[in-house]
Ligand binder design. Structure first.
Ligand SMILES: C[S@@+](CC[C@H](N)C(=O)[O-])C[C@H]1O[C@@H](n2cnc3c(N)ncnc32)[C@H](O)[C@@H]1O
Length: 258
């Protein structure tokens, strides 16, 4: 999957960026309030922030502008190239790594206060390895805030608004193999995501299904790829989780209590 995602995003990343014109902001996805409204992360000045699947790095740049020290990771060279240019134009320094989120080897253990990701984990096969890596690089008490396309939205035909597959049919789906550059994504249920987070060691602090009946003026994906007003009115488009890495002492106390 890493290879498929890399190939697809390297081929289509530029046109994705040109189509969306994503603003410099911490955005969670279509039909969702931004971080300024949600306040899941809070002030980042002086904090170490790692963004996974950064794409054009608009969120990383927004964090850096607020005074964070930022590392951004993406699997696609073209996205990293675009992101570096954008960071340069915005006069912020960001450390970039082109690699799969399942292996964060260059990032030191217990070095980050915040790990953030928006709409990247839908394309990751081995999410448990990635979540374990996030757990490793976070400091004790660090937070992991991330979003994916809501699993309901994956099962709905954007024209008819009817289910086009069973919600329970999980796993990888591949479209466009005949084009020579297939688009692959992994369907997981809401509980799959929650349980992977727990299995990696996180305390789940919040799960949010933003009300997509509201129109968010900064949403660059509104109206694109079936994200129509009719669909957003009926089904959540984005799913957000906030996890916390508890300190080892707390884990220890918990297990002693049990
Ligand atoms: C829909 S874009 C989202 C980009 C950005 N987070 C945003 O919200 O605009 C998904 C990004 O995830 C990256 N990606 C997909 N699979 C990945 C993986 N296994 N490791 C690292 N990045 C990955 C893609 O290259 C792409 O840039």
């Amino acid at each position: 999957m890493g290879d498929e995602a890399k190939r697809w995003w390297e081929m289509h990343g530029r046109s994705y960026q040109e189509t969306c014109q994503i603003p410099i902001d911490v955005l969670y996805g279509t039909g969702s309030p931004n971080e300024e409204e949600l306040q899941l992360i809070g002030p980042v000045s002086g904090q170490r922030v790692l963004e996974l699947g950064c794409g054009g790095a608009q969120c990383s740049i927004a964090f850096a502008k607020q005074g964070a020290t930022v590392i951004a990771v993406d699997i696609a060279a073209s996205e990293i190239e675009f992101a570096k240019e954008l960071a340069g134009r915005n006069k912020v320094a960001i450390e970039f790594h082109q690699r799969d989120v399942a292996d964060l080897a260059p990032i030191a253990s217990s070095s980050q206060n915040i790990v953030f990701s928006a709409f990247a984990f839908n394309y990751v096969d081995d999410l448990l390895s990635s979540f374990k890596e996030v757990y490793r690089v976070l400091k004790d008490g660090g937070i992991f805030v991330w979003s994916v396309g809501h699993p309901f939205a994956h099962s709905i035909d954007s024209e008819t608004l009817r289910l086009n597959r069973s919600y329970f049919e999980t796993g990888k789906s591949v479209v466009g193999e005949e084009t020579g550059c297939a688009f692959a994504s992994v369907h997981r249920t809401v509980s799959d995501y929650c349980n992977l987070l727990v299995e990696a060691g996180f305390l789940v602090e919040q799960m949010i299904e933003p009300d997509s009946r509201r129109r968010y003026p900064y949403d660059p994906w509104f109206g694109l790829w079936g994200n129509t007003q009719e669909r957003l009115r009926m089904f959540p488009a984005t799913l957000i989780f906030k996890g916390k890495k508890l300190s080892c002492d707390l884990h220890h106390t918990d297990s002693k209590d049990n």
